[in-house]
Design a protein around this ligand. Structure first.
Ligand code: FES
Length: 108
């Protein structure tokens, strides 16, 4: 994004923290867009686009560790930090997500 370009972001409550079991991901709709929200076993939250850019795999069903998300279809791995692919393929979008009074809040 250039310095002259402004982008509006909006926070969306998509569900409750307990909707996502520890170590798993779930798909929600935020602002008309499907997003995958993950709750890692260390308690951290992450949010990404729901469909893998490679062939549409359901990223919420992927395996996770503290650094990456692995798509369940062809095992491409994406970094939580910036959505980049570890193998140089197209990145995924990552979104800010936090918990507020038990609610999951995703900012798009
Ligand atoms: S659909 Fe995700 S790696 Fe192929």
């Amino acid at each position: 994004m250039s310095l002259t370009e402004e982008r509006t972001t909006t926070a969306h409550v998509v569900g409750r923290v307990e909707d996502v079991p520890p170590g798993e991901g779930r798909t929600f709709v935020a602002g008309g867009e499907q997003v995958a929200v993950f709750r890692l076993r260390d308690g951290s939250l992450h949010a990404t686009q729901a469909a893998c850019p490679h062939a549409g795999g359901p990223l919420a069903d992927g395996q996770t560790d503290v650094d990456v998300l692995v798509c369940p279809l062809h095992q491409y791995a994406y970094r939580w930090a910036d959505g980049s692919s570890t193998s140089g393929t197209a990145p995924i979008r990552v979104f800010a997500v936090h918990e507020a009074d038990g609610a999951l809040v995703v900012t798009l």
